[in-house]
Design a protein around this ligand. Structure first.
Ligand code: MSP
Length: 652
């Protein structure tokens, strides 16, 4: 049996979990559940990062001993993860003795290699990031992420010879392209490592909250150095050797893009220095925003994941987060969009399909279906294709594509029912076998879709499987994740799994098939998603050239503010722009030099396609595209706003 050890970032406990931190845990949970479904012995680790100064500060403000404060927060975190159905196997806190043992062991090993030396650190430190900042990292003297002025510190520190690992790291990236994914992060980090690495501070002086350095108990280990080691201490580093041998190295670290650098540069260098094996993959996912804005407590843009889960249920939230956003890219949460997707994907599509099929099976076959041999392999083929697409996507961590593959089968089943019209077959006694087979196939398609969706919607999948008369325990992708043409199924007919919600914001039309008034339930074949502004004149375009709202939503359009602009050397048309896309600053190359002087663009807000793969134009890597209208023969005009919304706002 293969093994799979995956981890998430461990969270700072100075505030409660929010939808952004929860997004990461849900994604990792989907991967863990998929791995178990695929038959791997899986170990899924999560935890809390407690030795941060912000935690110490928060505890002091609340008049609590820091450990007592962390104990209280652990309850809060565990409660949230339980509510969201996160199936971790182990939960580590950095104040546990097993973690101290791991940190002590790794620090001792690195020290023994000669990679730690004493020095004096003088410079900026951002409490929010818990990291040392260089002047060039600051914007107007502030940390661009936390918008606060960092502390100036001067203290005796121990330094880690990170610079020594520049070449070994580059060699590792070269030999293992899969080590850091997705490619956009890999490219970013490669560039960073290529530009040279400086030694880093790994201790803090004069602080009591932290793990003492094994070779100088007057200093504590720097919180990031401490935190990264959790992945190894949780599986026995410095303690249980058997456990360590069994599980190390980790197969996958799931972390946000803001901390990919720590995981793909500092962490592997620490392990190289300690002569321990490196994790097989680091995956840097994107950020979740709220209505296009960075989630931040001070901006009031935090969403409580429990509140979000209570809106329509945990599984609808998990599906929305996983299916709506390409994993790896940034995603946006909005309450309206959540309600819209709930109605389309669950109430109208999957939920209605289940209701219709079980109603028909009860009406026409007393609740039991069995195949009769008149194989209609049309749906079976779609099912097997969806299952193999699903497997490929999930193995590549394209979680959104995994969900989309399951939905292709659901869509095809809805269409199949409309085409075969069981309500007509039921009127013709000569079509009895055909009717049985059609109902069996539809039931089997629902079963298979439920298995494929089970990592995303664990409890709903169990309920669907119960309703279609299939086993829901100990599922196995190899046996259960393919079309099964045989076996009797006894269906349970109960109320709708996901009642439609009225949002008032969108209109969702569910059309009855003409002339089929005796259908047991509505036909959702065309869950026509009509926005109010779809005017009749827009019908002039031929239908087949249109795209679905899902296709459109794949394009991530965002407001970006131009921070700097310059001509690309030797190019007449190209400008190189630095833009603020809300969560980060990016370089974008735009063909606007004919229209605008570079200075004229600085400070303007434009629209960028934020999730384009990077492209190199005249030797400059562009990470996005600026939207511009190019009338025939005239110069391109950048799309702009009268009153610009904040950078990062999603445009749709
Ligand atoms: N404690 C460090 C991680 C140490 S790992 C050895 C930390 N903690 S955190 O609480 O700030 O963030 C935890 C995780 O949540 C990180 O991977 C971070 O990128 C992720 N996210 C925080 N906000 C997020 C969004 N708005 N969207 C998606 N992920 C987000 O960093």
């Amino acid at each position: 049996m293969s093994r799979f050890f995956l981890t998430t970032a461990i969270d700072y406990v100075n505030s409660r979990p929010h939808l952004g931190t929860a997004y990461e845990k849900i994604a990792a949970d989907v991967i863990a559940r998929y791995k178990r479904l695929a038959g791997s012995e899986t170990r899924f680790l999560m935890g809390n990062d407690e030795h941060s100064q912000n935690v110490f500060k928060k505890a002091t403000e609340e008049g609590l001993d820091p450990l007592a404060y962390c104990d209280r927060m652990e309850v809060e975190f565990r409660r949230t993860w339980k509510h969201l159905d996160i199936s971790f196997d182990d939960f580590i806190r950095t104040t546990e003795p097993r973690h101290t043992a791991g940190v002590t062991e790794l620090a001792r090993r690195i020290h023994a290699t000669g990679d730690i030396y004493e020095g004096v650190y003088e410079g900026w430190y951002c409490l929010g990031c818990e990291s040392f900042k260089q002047e060039k990292d600051l914007v107007d003297g502030k940390c661009p992420l936390h918008l606060t002025i960092p502390q100036w510190i001067k203290e005796k520190n121990y330094f880690f010879r990170l610079s020594k690992y520049q070449r070994p790291l580059l060699e590792h990236f070269e030999a293992h392209p899969e080590f850091l994914q997705p490619d956009i992060r890999r490219n970013e980090i490669l560039r960073l490592v290529e530009s040279g690495l400086e030694d880093i501070s790994v201790s803090r002086a004069g602080q009591a909250w932290g793990i003492p350095l094994p070779f100088d108990a007057k200093s504590v280990v720097y919180v990031w150095f401490d935190a990264l080691i959790n992945y190894a201490s949780a599986v026995g580093l410095g303690g249980d050797q058997t456990l360590f041998k069994k599980w190390w190295p980790a197969d996958l670290h799931i972390v946000g893009k803001d901390i990919t650098r720590f995981h793909s540069v500092i962490w592997p260098a620490m392990l190289m220095s300690a002569t321990l094996p490196l994790p097989r993959q680091v995956y840097g996912h994107g950020f979740m925003t709220l209505n296009g804005q960075r989630m931040s407590k001070s901006l009031g843009t935090i969403v409580d994941p429990i509140e979000a889960a209570n809106r329509f249920g945990v599984d609808p939230l998990r599906l929305y987060l996983m299916k709506e956003t390409a994993f790896g890219s940034d995603g946006d949460f909005s309450w309206d969009r959540f309600a819209e997707r709930y109605n389309v994907d669950l109430a109208n599509n999957l939920g209605n399909l289940i209701s219709r099929v079980s109603a028909m099976v009860h009406r026409y076959r007393q609740g039991t279906v069995r195949p009769v041999g008149a194989v209609s392999d049309q749906l079976a083929q779609v099912g097997n294709q969806a299952a193999s697409d699903y497997r490929r996507s999930m193995e590549a961590l394209a979680l959104h594509e995994g969900a989309a593959a399951a939905y292709r089968l659901i869509d095809a089943t809805n269409e199949y029912i409309s085409e075969t019209a069981p309500w007509h077959l039921a009127k013709d006694p000569a079509m009895g076998d055909r009717l049985s087979q059609v109902l069996f196939d539809a039931t089997e398609a629902i079963r298979l879709a439920a298995v494929l969706l089970s990592p995303v919607m664990p409890s709903s999948a169990g309920e669907i499987l119960r309703r279609v008369g299939s086993r829901a325990d100990a599922l196995n992708l190899h046996q259960d994740g393919r079309w099964r043409p045989d076996g009797e199924r006894v269906l349970v007919q109960e109320g709708p799994l996901w009642p439609r919600t009225e949002t008032g914001k969108e209109q969702i039309r569910v059309t009855d098939k003409p002339g089929s008034s005796d259908q047991p339930a509505l036909t959702p074949k065309s869950q026509t998603h009509t926005h109010t502004d779809l005017s009749p004149s827009s019908n002039a375009q031929p239908l087949q050239s249109r795209i679905s709202i899902d296709d459109f939503m794949k394009v991530e359009l965002r407001v970006a503010k131009v921070l700097s602009a310059e001509r690309v050397p030797k190019s007449k048309k190209l400008l190189k722009l630095q833009v603020d896309v809300g969560t980060e600053h990016r370089t974008v190359v735009a063909g606007l030099a004919d229209t605008y002087e570079p200075e004229a663009l600085i400070g303007r807000s434009v629209v960028v396609v934020a999730n384009l793969q990077p492209a190199t134009l005249m030797g400059v890597e562009s990470n996005g595209m600026i939207l511009a209208a190019s009338p025939d023969g005239a110069k391109p005009i950048a799309v702009s706003f009268d009153e610009p919304p904040p950078p990062g706002t999603r445009v749709r």
